[in-house]
Write a protein that binds this ligand. Structure first.
Ligand code: NDP
Length: 405
């Protein structure tokens, strides 16, 4: 029985709040706080109607440590789930340290003025969390998050040495909009317009954005053009599994999405450099975000599935082995359950599971700052099956990749 404070009331925050409310034997009291309180109130009313659970709401600017500290002192939660934006990671970690509570997020810290994805800023908190006897669990969504649990599970049960890892992420859903992003547009577009990067033979190989692609056949979906991107979990995975000779991340994009993105990029709308417009300083990407549909509004007429998994090649007992583990998630089903689309759902459910394990499972409560692959994958894999993200696996199937000798 623990009190939990959820910060951020967007697509993901809404799913986390619903799922915590549906598990009130662990999350006995819930507060949802965000910059715009009316969004929290709307979600609270939905939760009351759908699950009969009352949650508290509050307004907070999570960029200001002192504001979050006051809120934590008033509500006195055991932990904080950060599903606001990556910009708030460090201020929220500071607030947790100042008040002695545990921390979890779903995306690594990014400074607002440079699109830079790396764990260094958050890993630097390791000693402070350890000394305080507090835990910070980083990147506990689906990717990052479950993809690392999948990899740790493969490493524990299927391989003596993993050599090649391909994380493959497909969204074959249709929301009926000409152009929209499935999670926060600003964060999503910053990620996709960066040069691609993958790990090979002990170093990062940088490639022009979206320059490596091929169709990958996703179970229950079929072949979809998939593009190599840099994704943040690669950094911690190659650190924690040093036998990996190559690690890549693939994501599907439809042609219409790419065409829109190219045009927006070519005219400067994806830039994060401020410009002066009629005497006001604006960031083009922030302005674009204001025009695009919010991720939490896409769910209602969304059809189709997501499919995210890990394809791994390595050796076990001296023999070559391949392993594929994945989850498919249906947009319409998640909307029925928690009024959210599958991208928010596949992020919010693992965040709830991570928090649940930190509060109830001693393997998942370790002072310090951790990535998901550093903890015992077995209880997490069990909880995925119980809480709406069942996974499947195949052993020794042909994988769609070329493997150097
Ligand atoms: P949204 O844009 O829908 O929601 C973000 C929420 O955070 C909004 O409610 C926003 O408030 C709030 N917020 C922003 N700044 C502040 C602030 N300073 N103080 C308080 N609240 C603030 O984003 P999503 O729900 O789609 O994404 C949430 C997080 O999940 C992001 O960090 C994203 O990167 C991550 N994510 C992780 C994935 C994974 O698999 N690991 C996949 C998808 C997303 P307001 O409404 O006022 O703007």
């Amino acid at each position: 029985m623990s009190k939990v404070l959820i910060i951020g009331a967007g697509g993901v925050g809404s799913v986390v709040a619903h799922k915590c409310a549906m598990n009130s034997q662990v999350f006995s009291e819930i507060m949802l706080a965000s910059r715009t309180k009316s969004k929290c109130d709307k979600i609270a009313a939905e939760i009351k109607e759908m699950h009969g659970v009352e949650i508290k709401t509050a307004q907070v600017d999570a960029d200001i440590v002192a504001e979050t500290v006051i809120l934590i002192k008033q509500f006195q939660p055991k932990m904080l789930i950060n599903v606001a934006l990556p910009y708030q990671d460090l201020t929220l970690m500071e607030a947790c340290l100042a008040t002695g509570i545990h921390y979890l997020d779903t995306a690594n810290y990014e400074p607002k003025d440079v699109a830079k994805f790396e764990y260094s800023w958050q890993w630097a908190y390791q000693e402070r969390f350890k000394q305080a006897g507090l835990m910070a669990l980083l990147g506990c969504g689906f990717d990052p998050g479950v993809t690392q649990v999948f990899t740790a599970y493969a490493n524990k049960h299927h391989f003596d040495e993993m050599h090649y890892l391909d994380i493959i992420d497909c969204n074959a859903g249709d929301h009926g909009k000409a152009f929209a992003t499935n999670f926060n547009p600003e964060i999503n577009i910053r990620e996709i317009t960066q040069p691609g990067r993958y790990w090979e033979n002990g170093e990062w190989v940088e490639i022009p954005a979206m320059s490596i692609h091929k169709p990958i056949d996703y179970p229950g979906i079929g072949p979809k053009e998939s593009y190599v991107l840099y994704h943040e979990e690669l950094e911690s995975l190659v650190k924690h599994f040093p036998t990996l000779k190559r690690a890549r991340f693939w994501m599907t994009f439809g042609q219409a999405y790419i065409t829109h993105l190219n045009v927006l990029e070519n005219v400067g709308m994806t830039s994060i450099k401020p410009i002066n417009f009629k005497g006001v300083e604006i960031v083009p990407l922030e302005f674009l975000k204001a025009l695009l549909p919010a991720p939490d509004t896409l769910g209602e007429n969304y059809s189709g599935q997501t499919s995210i998994g890990c394809q791994i090649k390595g050796i076990q007992n001296g023999e070559e082995k391949t392993y594929y583990v994945w989850n498919n998630c249906d947009h319409a089903e998640t909307y029925r359950e928690v009024r959210g689309q599958a991208v928010s759902y596949t992020t919010g459910v693992p965040a709830m599971i991570g928090a649940m394990l930190m509060l109830t499972n001693e393997d998942w409560m370790k002072p310090g700052v951790w990535n998901c692959e550093q903890l015992n994958p077995d209880p997490f894999m069990e909880k995925l099956n119980e809480h709406g993200l069942p996974w499947q696996e195949r052993v020794n199937v042909e994988l769609p990749h070329e493997y150097p000798n």
